[in-house]
Ligand binder design. Structure first.
Ligand code: CDP
Length: 217
């Protein structure tokens, strides 16, 4: 870990795979700065919808990138599935992705002085944004498991079977779009460590990840 070359952890995976939770736990454990790159795309999608635009229209999407700094990335409204869908639509456009590359790379390579490295989670961190990351993790789970997790996150105890089915459908559509787009599709970097969380709780996933990360330090 030198001042010139910070230690970077790249975490990628499909929607609701547990990337965010794992990234937060690892950031705390290693005292690393964390960037949830999905929040950037969600913020663009949110801007487009708030302005009454169409997330599939490139000119509306690019307008959404211009006012990115005005969005509070911690706003819980960004986390809903309709905003996830809008994010996935704007994220399929190369022109939108280009506006976010420098910010993400700069974050990755310039941790604040009180941090010992950086963690970025998203879809293309290990493949495009930080191909030089010392650690790459690809985290995944069966889509039904991911839909159940997102359902509990959104509805706690109050959701209905209909709402679960809608979330499952939305995740399938989003997976399909994220994996098959031409620009930076979601895929495992060749040298990424694969963690399947279908049958593991967060504690087990965290322990497996710490073992892997520590072996690379
Ligand atoms: O939290 P969840 O896994 O549902 O999604 P997210 O990480 O917040 O990302 C929302 C959407 O942004 C994804 O479906 C992707 O289309 C897009 N995204 C991307 O294209 N590249 C990234 N590095 C991060 C997110």
């Amino acid at each position: 870990m030198t001042a010139n070359k910070p230690f970077i952890i790249a975490i990628d995976g499909p929607a609701a795979s547990g990337k965010g939770t794992l990234a937060r736990r690892l950031a705390e454990h290693y005292n690393f700065a964390l960037l949830d790159t999905g929040a950037l795309y969600r913020a663009v999608g949110w801007n487009v919808i708030r302005a009454g635009g169409d997330p599939e229209n490139e000119s509306d999407a690019l307008k959404g990138t211009k006012i990115l700094s005005e969005v509070n990335l911690n706003n819980p409204e960004l986390r809903t599935e309709p905003i996830g869908a809008a994010a996935s639509k704007v994220a399929s456009m190369p022109a939108v992705r280009r506006t976010l590359v420098d910010f993400q790379r700069h974050f990755a390579h310039n941790p604040p002085t009180d941090k010992d490295g950086t963690i970025l989670d998203g879809r293309d961190i290990g493949t495009v944004i930080c191909p030089d990351a010392q650690v790459k993790i690809f985290i995944t789970a069966e889509v039904e498991t991911r839909a159940k997790r997102r359902f509990i996150e959104e509805y706690s105890e109050d959701g209905t079977a209909k709402e679960y089915s809608r979330i499952l459908e939305d995740l399938k559509v989003r997976d399909e779009r994220d994996m098959n787009r031409a620009a930076s599709p979601l895929k495992k970097a060749e040298n990424a460590h694969l963690i399947n969380t279908t049958n593991s709780d967060i504690e087990a996933v965290f322990e497996a990840a710490v073992k892997f990360v520590s072996s690379k330090m």
